[in-house]
Design a protein around this ligand. Structure first.
Ligand code: CO
Ligand code: CO
Length: 316
């Protein structure tokens, strides 16, 4: 992949070619001799500290580039800011947090746009590059593959608990550390392992994103509930009925395609549907490629396997 745009290569075919269109984690197009990944994401605050919120939101936005097997190079900030309610210092701290995260990936903040709004929201539009041979698409899981997840679930439940003052500020630290974990290394390993499919687990929860992976495939996922990693307090909080509304929506969305064993009660189903912010990668790969993860320091869990089927998720 050359670093410069070569206009010669685009002669006779317009301004570029779409390689991956809407429906995946990010869009990908070829421009000259470069293959470019683009995505945008923004969100309402999930932690009280503005610097931390900016840092997390940035890593969440960058994640879709990694979910495609790419690497981010530049970003634009997108902000909705209630200037009557907050001091401008808050927005500055959010931006500082985002820049701090971008620095860790080697990408630059090159601009942005903010509007005055009732509700605070912040995120990034990210541009990345990718080797065309390395592109990781959401579809493509094959019979016999293993299903891997690279971060524990429960981020939505924990952040909801924080908002409802059901946990103390320091009890969110474990979730915050995971949200601050960049999916770069996991993505590189997935590329090395020639993963058959990859996506990042975000707002639709594990089941929702698994369902997206199975669209247009002749495969089923068999997921083992006990093998799915969960943040420490997830189970206890879900048991107390602390669960974001999104989890209920996600669960009803997959109701037609998910089957649960008897012991997988509603609470467990909701945990698997918990919307994640800056969640891990969900990866399918051939069993003989698992050693690439085994030999790394990256957190992962084999949570299930792929069998021939019709797009169903079976949770045991
Ligand atoms: Co995504
Ligand atoms: Co996204």
């Amino acid at each position: 992949m050359g670093p410069l745009y070569d206009a010669e290569l685009d002669k006779g075919r317009g301004t570029g070619q779409i390689i991956v269109g809407p429906g995946d984690d990010a869009g990908i197009y070829r421009l000259g001799n470069m293959t470019i990944v683009e995505t945008v994401d923004f969100m309402t605050p999930i932690v009280n500290d503005p610097f931390l919120f900016g840092a997390i939101s940035a890593i969440n936005s960058l994640s879709d580039v990694y979910a495609m097997g790419g690497r981010p190079v530049a970003a634009m900030a997108v902000a909705a800011f209630p200037s009557c309610d907050y001091d401008i210092g808050v927005l500055k701290a959010i931006l500082k947090g985002a820049i701090d995260s971008l620095k860790k990936t080697g990408a630059f903040l090159i601009g942005g746009h903010s509007i005055n709004a009732v509700e605070l929201q912040f995120g990034l539009a990210v541009t990345g590059v990718v080797n065309e041979d390395d592109i990781l698409k959401v579809g493509g899981a094959r019979d016999g593959d293993l299903l891997l997840l690279t971060k524990p679930l429960g981020i939505g439940i924990l952040t909801t608990a924080l908002k409802n003052r059901a946990i103390e500020d320091d009890e969110i630290n474990e979730a915050v550390n995971w949200m601050l974990t960049i999916n770069d290394v996991a993505s590189r390993l997935a590329v090395q392992a020639k993963a058959s499919a990859c996506t990042d687990v975000t707002g639709f929860g594990l089941l929702g994103h698994a369902n997206n992976m199975l669209r247009d495939t002749t495969a089923d996922f068999i997921i083992s509930y006990d093998d799915v990693p969960k943040l420490q307090k997830t189970r206890e909080l879900a048991g107390r009925g602390i669960c974001p509304g999104g989890a209920y929506k996600n669960l009803s969305f997959v109701s037609g395609s998910a089957e649960f064993a008897k012991h997988i009660d509603k609470e467990r189903q909701l945990i698997l549907s918990d919307p994640q912010t800056s969640g891990g990668l969900l990866i399918t790969l051939a069993p003989d490629k698992l050693k690439i993860f085994e030999e790394s320091n990256v957190f992962y869990a084999v949570i299930g396997r792929v069998v021939k089927g019709s797009g169903k998720i079976v949770v045991e």
